[in-house]
Design a protein around this ligand. Sequence first.
Ligand code: KG4
Ligand code: ZN
Length: 335
Amino acid sequence: MAVGKRVGNDMILSIESSCDDSSISITEIKTKKLIYHKKISQELEHSKYGGVVPELASRLHAVALPAILEECTQWFGELKAVAVTNAPGLAVTLIEGVVMAKALSITLNIPLLPINHLKGHIYSLFIEKEVQFPLTVLLVSGGHTQVIEVVSHEMMNTVATTMDDSYGESFDKVSKMMGLGYPGGPLIEKLALGGDSSRFTFTVPLWQSPLIAFSYSGLKNQVRLAVEANEAEDYPDIAASFQKTATDHLIQKLKKYFKTSKPERFAIVGGASANLYLRSEIEKLLAPHKAPLFLAPLEFCSDNAAMIGRAAIEEFVRDNFTNYNEIVVNPRCKL
Ligand code: KG4
Ligand code: ZN
């Protein structure tokens, strides 16, 4: 997809392959404008397994990334750096992007910018507009559930995280239990629209705990018991009750957090930020604080290289380069 006009200026090429999306973008350095962006998702290929199969994902990246890169050769002469997601994510898929980035760095003689995927999600907010700091960010994806205080481009502090599964992952697992496919988030959200969220009472995780942290493994097991004890016609009610409880958990912990740290501005990022029920509950939560809510455009909520490119601009202007023989893949790295 051609996103913007070619302007003949300095560019960064960015690569994302941390999970099941192969994506490359071209971003203009001076204007921070997205010039080109393409993503090939592997959802169909993984759907029959009910989740991402890392080795299959890796093989699919090895085909998709070079195919996308072919479309970018027209900008090779204008590239001033190559950026790549090197952490966190699946080791066998991260390496596909990193190897391509290294090869480009060597052959085009341009520096490398390693980008943290979580930081990338935060920058999905900045692809089409600027957002002021300080900014409280709720990151909800398939791999992470975190609250991050973004003080500046250099200072981002994680103040709450999950102890086990993530918010998006819990939707994927519930979808798998119901035999619905992958990714589960949109499927469960759709199913929940026709369901009664008050029919099944699931315990809100950690509701009595003073911890400001998240946990979804216990809720997942409660839902499993309900799925096993009921029929397919009950699944919409289970889906709606699950979605409500999973979201109530986020809201309850954020409420607790806001008692000591009032939000000035708030944002939701990551694949699960597309969830409309979550968005409306967060809006209600923010209303008394009069804090505006920021969201990335829908196409940039899930994994993409446009957000990596926008994050890369901030690293480029700060000279945060890495030598091609020093870049490492770090699957478990934090923000
Ligand atoms: O950010 P993302 O594309 O990949 C990771 O970095 O993990 O997020 C993917 C996750 C999946 O778990 C998917 O089920 C979830 O986001 N997701 C949703 C929705 N759309 C995607 N979860 C809940 N509701 C949705 N509408
Ligand atoms: Zn992601």
